[in-house]
Ligand binder design. Sequence first.
Ligand code: K7E
Ligand code: CUA
Ligand code: CA
Length: 647
Amino acid sequence: MSGNETKDGYSAIDPSRRKFLGTTAMAGLAGTGAALGLTACGASQPAGDKAAAGLAPAAAPAEHGAYDVPPGKLDSYYIISSGGHSGEVRIYGCPSGRTIKRIPVFNIDPMVGWGITNESRAIIGTRPDGQLKYWTGDTHHVHGSYKDGTYDGKHFWVNDKLNARVARIRGDTFEVDKITELPNVQGHHGIFPDKRDPVDASVNHTTRIFAGAEFHIPLPNDGRDENSPDKYGCLFSCLDAESMEVRWQCRIDGNMDLVATSYDGKLAASNQYNTENGIHYEDMMSAEQDACVFFNIARIEAAVAAGKTTTIGDSKVPVVDGRKEANADPKTALTCYVPIPKNPHGVNASPDGKYFVCSGKLSPTCSVIDLALVNKWFDGELAKPRDAVIAEPNVGLGPLHTGFDGRGNAYTTLFLDSKIVKWSVDAAIAQFKGDAKAKVILDTVDVHYQPGHGYTSMGETKEPDGKFYNSGNKFSKDRFLPVGPLHVETEQLIDISGDKMKLIHDHTAYPEPHDAIIVRADIIKTRQIYDLNEFPNAVKSKEESTIERNGNKVHIRLMSQAPAYSMREFNVKKGDIVTITLTNHDKVEDLTHGFGIPKYNINFIVNPQETKSVTFVADKPGIFWCYCTHFCHALHLEMRSRLIVEG
Ligand code: K7E
Ligand code: CUA
Ligand code: CA
């Protein structure tokens, strides 16, 4: 045991490093901090200073082992998480924090062959020359499909901020089946499925996906108008949950960020931090108040049906005008702009269906917006949109995202304070009405460090269970063994079942997760084996395993069954355009085969009863051992065939 190990053999964390971290973190922010006016927020002393003085209240450490998932036991929740600029989505078990799956979405993944197989390339999209249209992405927000106000496990959607796309993930296979690019949008950030139809209440499940655009661009963005700010705009998009087509877009004033939807399907909203339409950050933070823009879905769809629309550039998607000038009369307005202080970030729906909570980010406040009052404004019965704000508690520095426990409590991440703050929504409302004795802040806990999103178990549904809260932290610094300049991020699980929050454990997350949802395990129903007939190009029998030539196009139809492929060799000629279709005939659960071709950039897997195909030009003569890349059998190493390219 060396000097810095504790008696149970773990490396001890030198508590003085908390000071180093706190100070550096704040120093990093100091330049912008002063400029951002954060020092003027005055909510509380910066966390770094408190930590330096040793005043930070430590979370009561949870009893060792109380939350362990013993070997052979399963987790009780899925955490379905975005992967940021990795372009992927991850699944962790909760409470263990074990990584169970990485789902390639907007990225390229040679393990499964995503971006390599013809089928995945068709989903991602290609250019006329056959190249992938995009091979990068940036996922931030993952949300599931709803039925009766809770998850039905059918689909999950995730945004691509980089190339303005929405991807759909199947809940039975956790694979992407559709990707849609949004026209005339940059920085597509917030995304949220609806939960009910706004008009037909019997449709109590998800039929639409809403997407908010963060970056305003000239409309159309074709090289004109770069210096005409009035030509810039942001569009709110509605996609059909089944077809994934864009149904309509709504042009707004200012920008958007995150998106929330109401349980009755009538409202969707997005926080706006750039109501100034600023090009530079000083401009974007010049106003004391920005807004949360609400969309009256039924009215927008009526306007679309009535043809009160325009189109932009080459896009055929109907666009309605949600800007203030066109929506002055509340009784016909499509949008309602509720003023919120300052550069808000994050908007979250409370599970009782009553409120949206919008965090101030540069203001130490969370604004509670009463949805009934927003609807009242749309009915012409509320004087000002701001009157829909019924509480605005001071919660701490840098509030970003809020989760709920179903017992009336909200949990907000404080990026600058490096804390999670637990507060009472009812007490905040009472305080706003003038009750000076209302106890709003109930507890805080330090997280390590600088949390972004935080979310509770089932907290985005009508059945939150109030058990777990996960804090997705943007900096880990000293929490894990150092591995060079790039640190992994920290996810911290917190037990929220009692009055005091208890930090349970840390797990790592490869950069960079943003949002996630915690879904009860019994809701997810996956299949482990495909049906051969699902694939129109399946090679169904030995007789179908053939080589077909058509001019210089060669189609090799292969099967895999441990420990061999159906053909031991296949001859083609230099310059041939070769397609290999591979069907895995093994039916045993977990019996996946791989297929790699040296020097040809071919690498993919086929799961039990699955079919995939690849196409390439045989431009290099020689013998190429196509081999199984996925360990499958005692003769896995021997599982190979020869591609013979005749010179
Ligand atoms: Cu706050 Cu993209 Cu949800 Cu990240 S966003 S933290
Ligand atoms: Cu088949 Cu390894
Ligand atoms: Ca602003």
